[in-house]
Ligand binder design. Sequence first.
Ligand SMILES: [Mg+2]
Length: 161
Amino acid sequence: MNSMRFAVFLDVDGVLNTRTTCQRTPDGYTGIDDPRVEILAKVLEKYDCYEVVLTSDWKEMDEHDDDYLYLQEKLKLYGLCISGKTNDNGSNRGEGILEFLKVHPEIDDYVILDDQKFDFRNYTELWERLLITDGIERAEFASRTPEVETMIFMDYIKEFS
Ligand SMILES: [Mg+2]
């Protein structure tokens, strides 16, 4: 067990689902696969203190939207909840994460889960903590020199997939 304060910056589409996902949201969009949420939850159980920060476009939804409630329910099934959201214009997702970190200095380390690269490559500290997914169970390091905590997180994903 690790006593630092850890954050996972979470994309949804391409992490908790893939293009072949059959689940649908209440509004008819691609839904969320329980086994993928379960993997994330088991990985995060390895951390004493963690936050789930939403970076996905899903963060733009009204919190009373049926699909947003659906996301929260899916996470809650495995004991997870969203503790924050980043802000961006849709393309500068990395910048949004940096802004979030600036106002949350209590976060000691973090990993980014996303199926797209956005502007992450522009920031070494983000790039080295990025896991590119095709579903969480198929994660790959973005960087050839990933940060240590990111390698540990990857090991946990493999352990629980
Ligand atoms: Mg995505």
